[in-house]
Design a binder for this molecule. Structure first.
Ligand SMILES: [Zn+2]
Length: 147
């Protein structure tokens, strides 16, 4: 709350408001107690506030973005799937992501830098694996045998 009141005394040491001498708030500064109460009420309703321990190690969003990229591959937004088809595709996307997230890379290369950007190091990842296909197939076949 204090951050939004432009008081950064207790903000995290790595926060931009602490390290950037030219920092200017991007949001309107809260000066009215009524607005402060409304913001507190809204914050307390969020999933993140209610389940704070689930987010205690989350400092970046690359895993969520990575998972969303995989979901977009399995659940093409241009195609309307039935609810059950969506559910199957979400589960396949999760299996695929779990199997391939954080896979090793074979080499790195320096991407050419654009005019105002610093050069980026890109990883050449090992080929994706699809072990979950076999796992699903084996489970399917074992169900057939039981019938
Ligand atoms: Zn701050």
């Amino acid at each position: 709350m204090e951050h939004y009141k432009n008081n950064h005394t207790d903000c995290h040491p790595t926060s931009r408001c602490k390290i950037d001498p030219a920092y200017e708030p991007t949001k309107k500064i809260i000066t009215e107690s009524f607005a402060e109460e409304l913001l507190i009420k809204t914050i307390k309703k969020t999933t993140m506030f209610k389940n704070a321990t689930d987010f205690s190690f989350g400092k970046d969003t690359h895993y969520v973005e990575s998972y969303n990229n995989v979901l977009n591959i399995f659940e093409d937004k241009r195609i309307a799937f039935s609810s059950s088809e969506y559910e199957v595709r979400a589960k396949l996307a999760t299996l695929h992501w779990n199997e391939n997230v954080d896979r090793a890379y074979t080499s790195q290369w320096q991407a050419p830098s654009a005019a105002n950007c610093r050069p980026k190091t890109k990883n050449v990842y090992k080929t994706k694996t699809y072990g979950y296909h076999d796992s699903i197939w084996i489970r399917y076949l074992s169900k057939i045998k039981r019938v």
